[in-house]
Design a protein. Structure first.
Length: 254
């Protein structure tokens, strides 16, 4: 009603951009780079007021652990510029991670999940003002622990369908840190696997994926709307949880 045509148009525009550059003989690295640029442009247009949007870089923690190269990273708006300039992003400042591929197969998806799982989401440290109180501090930290960074694997084409669900959900049950599994697995104008987060009867967080087909014209932009919805919701967390940058600088100047 409000943004449907706009988001459907963006989805179709992404396809047009991809097809216009994906000619015979093009180097796979070149088309991969272009795909990353297309998604970075989309995110910059939509959420630049909420986050700093970077293409490429490594996520680090105070122990010196470093992730593989990530395609697109969304960092806190108040992130110190020196980190972005060096392509190093403290885990406490990372709000979103996008892994982007031209053709998302099931094998490629599993490869992307393994790479994302190497993000060093451990040994992190935050400051939260005491006047917010213990209960607010706990809830805020729980949101970060379970839902941030928002992780999306995006394919410009691929054979995603409902048959992927059972295998992915089975593997998810054996994962220790489920927050490092993608919140959204989206193939443009084809379908999406979205990770739902619910609390069971004893208050424990449970996660599993559901499939939605988006190969009808009226649904092309639905996955993009979900991405923007969640990125907006999580953007407020950076107002309360401040990274302890001193933990990083003290590693250099003990």
């Amino acid at each position: 009603m409000f943004f449907k045509d706009y988001l459907n148009g963006i989805s179709q525009s992404l396809e047009i951009k991809y097809n216009s550059y994906n000619r015979d003989g093009i180097n796979s690295a070149d088309i991969g780079e272009l795909c990353e640029l297309f998604i970075k442009e989309f995110l910059t247009d939509c959420v630049e007021d909420l986050y700093k949007v970077y293409r490429g870089g490594n996520i680090v923690n105070t122990e010196g652990s470093k992730s593989p190269q990530m395609d697109v990273i969304l960092a806190n708006k108040n992130t110190i510029k020196i980190f972005g300039d060096k392509g190093l992003y403290p885990i406490e400042t990372v709000c979103g991670v996008f892994s982007i591929t031209s053709n998302l197969t099931l094998a490629k998806l599993k490869e992307c999940i393994v790479q994302i799982g190497k993000i060093p989401k451990k040994k992190y440290a935050f400051s939260i003002e005491k006047f917010y109180g213990f209960e607010h501090k706990k809830k805020t930290f729980d949101v970060w622990k379970n839902l941030i960074p928002y992780i999306c694997i995006f394919g410009f084409k691929g054979d995603i369908d409902e048959s992927w669900i059972n295998g992915i959900n089975y593997e998810l049950t054996n994962v220790t840190d489920k927050s490092l599994w993608p919140a959204m697995i989206l193939v443009n104008k084809r379908g999406m696997l979205e990770k739902s987060v619910i609390k069971n009867q004893v208050g424990e967080v449970e996660m599993k994926y559901k499939f939605t087909a988006t190969n009808m014209e009226e649904k092309f932009g639905e996955g993009l709307s979900k991405i923007l919805f969640h990125l907006y919701n999580y953007s407020g967390e950076q107002n309360y949880m401040r990274p302890k940058y001193e933990n990083y600088f003290e590693q250099d100047f003990p």
